[in-house]
Design a protein around this ligand. Structure first.
Ligand SMILES: Cc1cc2nc3c(=O)[nH]c(=O)nc-3n(C[C@H](O)[C@H](O)[C@H](O)COP(=O)(O)OP(=O)(O)OC[C@H]3O[C@@H](n4cnc5c(N)ncnc54)[C@H](O)[C@@H]3O)c2cc1C
Length: 371
């Protein structure tokens, strides 16, 4: 039997999980710019077996239930949002690769990804929430004249950790509207990856665009397609969902814990901390129940999570006063990170509701006010 690492986290109740979160929280302030890719934090997570939580036992994972995965992400996000966000994109790639009917991508990548020896990420949002208003697809697919494979040209506008990736799960569109999903190796001159854009927050996630110039996608790279609605095909499919809300609620939890600690010596903060803590608890409960039952109104939870993460982080800033506004104080970072949830895979109905609330428009009848 393989030797168990003393730092491994095999269940969400393991004491080692608390140690892992403490280590991540201590390092989180260091991940500031695209030059600060959190290699160390990711290696710590790999050693703790975090990457295996999210995959079935048959694929080399630990097969955690949806509820346990959600609890896991909640605590990781409260400790270190940048590293946790990168892990979501990485796991997105692993799940797509593992869930493919074509065994080749998994054979080539899965074992190395799960041990942390290779890094993978996704560039798929241009099929769901990015550049949807443009007439022509940003990443185009043509069939290779040889009949063996496809050619990819254009841009994947958002790819987290692109410059550090060995493989990127990319989605593209054919002229007839069908779509292709492929596990594309990065060590090829037909692919150009940005180093990471300077962002309002999470800059160390090294998110940038990836350009492809007639990249030959061979049959053994294909995960799914070409077909209509390729994102709905196979295990690991499904975009949006509850994961984005999970990370938002995790961040809200961090802000509330700060308020609770401050409330110990500043009595006037205690009722504020208690009230917000109860709200976080309630939403966490709804989230875990939704993850367990598999049926829910994901948009309602996302709307609630977005509101709560803005309110809790801004309450924490108000309590931290000017000290919280100085670079290096975690509250300032949390406030910037909270803004991320306004844009990250935000479904249009949630964005519309948010805009109406901000404008003081009745959210039940937005069409009366919005043309
Ligand atoms: C930090 C970060 C990391 C991310 N990482 C990943 C990742 O790893 N993988 C991945 O697949 N995705 C990723 N995403 C993408 C994300 O999930 C969303 O798809 C993205 O935030 C949507 O924003 P967009 O600017 O592309 O939207 P768009 O809809 O393309 O909007 C861009 C601009 O287009 C204009 N516009 C928008 N709608 C219209 C319209 N109807 N008519 C006219 N003009 C319009 C506006 O001027 C707008 O500012 C990431 C995003 C962020 C911010």
């Amino acid at each position: 039997m393989a030797q168990r690492s003393p730092n491994e986290v095999l269940t969400p109740d393991d004491a080692t999980f608390t140690q892992l979160c403490e280590t991540l929280a201590r390092g989180a302030e260091r991940w500031r710019t695209p030059a600060d890719w959190p290699r160390e934090a990711l290696a710590t997570c790999a050693e703790a077996g975090v990457f295996r939580w999210f995959l079935p036992v048959a694929d080399g994972g630990l097969g955690w239930s949806e509820a346990d995965q959600t609890r896991g992400y909640l605590r990781l996000a409260a400790a270190d949002l940048t590293t946790t966000f990168i892990i979501t994109q990485f796991i997105g790639a692993c799940r797509r690769i593992a869930g493919s009917d074509n065994p080749e991508p998994a054979r080539r990548w899965l074992a190395r990804l799960l041990t942390g020896d290779a890094f993978g990420t996704v560039g798929i949002s241009h099929l769901t929430t990015s550049r949807r208003h443009l007439r022509t697809p940003v990443l185009r697919v043509t069939e290779d004249p040889s009949g063996e494979g496809f050619r990819l040209s254009g841009v994947a506008p958002w790819v987290t950790g692109a410059i550090h990736a060995d493989v990127i799960v990319l989605a593209g569109t054919l002229e007839d509207g069908r779509e292709l999903l492929a596990a594309v190796p990065t060590d090829h001159p037909a692919m150009r990856r940005g180093d990471g854009a300077e962002l309002v927050a999470l800059s160390a996630s090294c998110t940038d665009q990836v350009e492809l110039d007639d990249y030959l996608v061979t049959p053994h790279m294909v995960i799914a397609g070409p077909r209509v609605d390729v994102m709905r095909a196979g295990v690991g499919a499904g975009t949006g969902g509850l994961q984005t809300s999970t990370l938002a609620i995790g961040l809200a939890r961090a802000a509330v814990e700060y308020l609770t600690q401050e409330g110990v010596r500043r009595q006037e903060l205690a009722p504020v901390a208690q009230r917000l803590a109860a709200e976080v608890e309630e939403l966490e409960g709804r989230l875990v129940a939704a993850a367990t039952q598999g049926v829910c109104d994901a948009n309602a939870i996302r709307g609630g999570a977005n509101r709560l993460v803005m309110r809790t982080t801004q309450a924490a800033m108000t309590a931290a006063k000017g000290a919280g506004f100085v670079q290096g104080h975690p509250v300032g970072r949390w406030c910037r990170e909270a803004l991320f949830f306004l844009v990250w895979s935000c479904p249009q109905p949630v964005a519309t509701e948010q805009l109406c609330e901000l404008a003081g428009i009745d959210t039940k009848n937005p069409s009366e006010h919005l043309a």
